[in-house]
Write a protein that binds this ligand. Structure first.
Ligand code: NAD
Length: 337
């Protein structure tokens, strides 16, 4: 059945991959993409589909209530998949204001506009609002334990970014509980893949290595993240949006826990093979002072989505990193030509 979906933040990393994925999988769907085009968003990420009949781009702020209400009046939005956010922890540590405005206030504006529009149609309990969240809302795990975050783990955000995402998640849940809105939330581990902004860890490793610059790792380099290939995340979002249970939460993980050193070594091995130099790229790895309040380890238990919706990641870390490195090499070569 054809649907009109409002995707927020669709010029960013994950949502632009998601829009490509969803338009290919559901050619009948209409996608409305609202993005403020902050430093993190790029037209280039959605250039390929920009002229498609079933795609509409709107440059704007999700915290702009007038604009968001206009969108709900103009389009018969069947569902919202809400990605738009300020997303870089380091920036939130420097100044949290934009994180509160976009992540908390912006989410509230979207929820309210969706509620108003869907209530008028008598479809508040049917049309779906899907909140894209992060495993960072759960806090930090010890390196020594086998424990992972599960859906019932209490929220314990430890930096302004994760606090703002936790606040947004709570608002989403409250609209479900209070007004009976059909909300669902998914929390994923660290994503990687094409089209991620250059300030994030994997693009930084690749681009510095390609330029022969030092590869900076925070602290002792032993912080652990669980890496999820972005296309596997897109498949999970598709399933959760269409089949996930109202008011529920789903963790999505990559089952690829690695320390930052291990991850950098893997990327350097790939670069040594694809772009050999007279030295190994590993020699470029350097340690810098630690991030304030740096969470030690994140890892999610995603057995719920595996057991109830039949999802599992299909890209191994090695394959995903190879595809990612190849994509960045291609971009880099185009840029220097
Ligand atoms: P990103 O920074 O690459 O993209 C965010 C997009 O949102 C950008 O295009 C930006 O222009 C847009 N945006 C920001 N504020 C806006 C506003 N006020 N109005 C409209 N658009 C706005 O982020 P990402 O890494 O793709 O993350 C997307 C979502 O997924 C975020 O909600 C993030 O919390 C969540 N998430 C990310 C990861 C990850 O590893 N990247 C992991 C788990 C969850």
């Amino acid at each position: 059945m054809s649907k009109s979906l409002l995707v927020t933040g669709g010029a960013g990393f994950i949502a632009s991959n998601f829009i490509h994925y969803i338009m290919q999988r559901y050619p009948d769907y209409k996608i409305i993409n609202i993005d403020k085009l902050t430093y993190a968003g790029s037209d280039a990420n959605v250039q390929e589909i920009a002229a498609s009949d079933n795609y509409q781009f709107i440059k704007g702020d999700i915290a702009d209530g007038q604009l968001i209400n206009w969108i709900f009046n103009e389009y018969d939005v069947d569902g919202v998949i809400h990605f738009a956010a300020e997303s870089h922890v380091d920036r939130s540590i420097n100044d949290a204001k934009a994180f509160i405005e976009s992540n908390v206030l912006g989410t509230n504006v979207l929820l309210q506009a969706a509620r108003d529009a869907w209530e008028k149609k008598g479809e508040l309990a049917i049309r779906r609002f899907h909140q894209i969240s992060t495993d960072e809302v759960y806090g930090s795990l010890d390196l020594e334990t086998d424990e992972k975050f599960h859906e019932q783990t209490p929220y314990d955000p430890r930096n302004p970014y994760s606090a703002s995402k936790a606040g947004a998640d709570m608002l989403v849940k409250s609209f479900g509980q209070t007004y009976g809105m059909n909300v669902v939330t998914s929390s994923s581990s660290n994503n990687y893949g094409p089209q991620q902004h250059s300030e994030k860890l994997i693009p930084t490793i690749i681009s510095n290595a390609l330029q022969g610059k030092p590869i900076p790792l925070y602290g002792d380099g032993k912080n652990v993240r669980d890496w999820l290939y972005v296309e596997d995340h897109c498949r999970a979002i598709d399933l959760i949006f269409h089949e996930g249970k109202k008011l529920e939460k789903y963790n999505v993980g990559g089952n690829n826990e690695r320390t930052n050193i291990e991850l950098s070594m893997m990327i350097c091995d790939i670069l040594d093979h694809l772009k050999p130099e007279h030295y190994s790229h590993k020699e470029l790895i350097t340690y810098i002072g630690d991030r304030k309040g740096h969470d030690r380890r994140y890892a999610v238990d995603d057995s719920k989505i595996r057991n109830t919706l039949g999802w599992k990641p299909s890209t191994t870390l090695n394959d995903g990193l190879n595809k990612t490195v190849e994509w960045y090499i291609d971009q880099w070569e185009k840029a220097i030509l």
